[in-house]
Design a protein around this ligand. Structure first.
Ligand code: GRF
Length: 211
């Protein structure tokens, strides 16, 4: 019998990916997993409200409360470790994970990126800006990626990806919405369910999924 997967979900904004995870657990599309805590760097993040509405502990660890980034990073790692989780999920999280976090949770931090890595990723590629660049380049297909987090930016082993067609009349907003609905909110819960049920391993930096 597999041990229940305990998660901390890190959020910064609207929390629609957190909501997708909580809905999937409630509807049984994620099994053998629980969200122990939602943690945000942003006290105003609606994601914290979503957590509370679902009876999940919501905690804010704000950089504004710490003298410098070093002290903030320490507080963030200590807060996460205090919940004794097995997996850290970055769901719309704008905070760069400190090295100490990566070392404490090797291949146990996952992130959802709103593009098909290695396209439109890396420093500065987050949120709406990703979709602005997609439209500027004129690609016909974009999508989302769930990957393990390593010390780079969007460079860790890829777990799942899902493609989404770009429509001729898309704006960054309409494209972002469709990528969230048709890709992010599908593959993030699916990746968590696969991990929670022991179907994901990393071999030579490549993810192997045993359905
Ligand atoms: C979305 O663009 C998502 O792709 C990115 O963060 C943004 C907000 O996500 N990861 P959420 O609604 O806070 O989950």
């Amino acid at each position: 019998m597999l041990k229940m997967l305990k998660m901390a979900v890190l959020v910064s904004g609207g929390g629609t990916n957190l909501q997708a995870i909580l809905d999937a657990i409630r509807e049984g599309r994620i099994t053998n997993a629980s969200v122990e805590v939602a943690i945000s760097n942003n006290p105003g993040a609606y994601a914290l409200k979503r957590a509370e509405n679902c009876g999940v502990k919501a905690v804010c660890v704000s950089p504004a409360s710490y003298k410098d980034r070093e002290l903030y990073n320490e507080a963030l790692v200590q807060t996460i470790q205090s919940y004794q989780v097995d997996l850290v999920v970055l769901a719309g999280c704008m905070v760069v994970m400190p090295k100490a976090m990566i070392e404490a949770y090797p291949n146990r931090i996952i992130n959802i990126h709103p593009a098909l890595i290695p396209s439109f990723c890396g420093t500065g590629f987050h949120g709406l800006h990703v979709h602005e660049e997609v439209l500027k380049r004129g690609v016909k297909v974009t999508g989302a990626t769930v990957h393990f987090v390593d010390e780079g930016t969007d460079t860790g082993p890829i777990i799942l990806q899902k493609a989404v067609d770009v429509q001729p009349d898309d704006t960054p907003e309409t494209l972002q919405r469709r990528v969230m609905e048709q890709a992010e909110w599908q593959i993030l819960p699916r990746a968590i369910d696969l991990i929670a049920n022991g179907k994901v391993s990393v071999e030579q930096s490549k993810v192997v999924i045993k359905e």
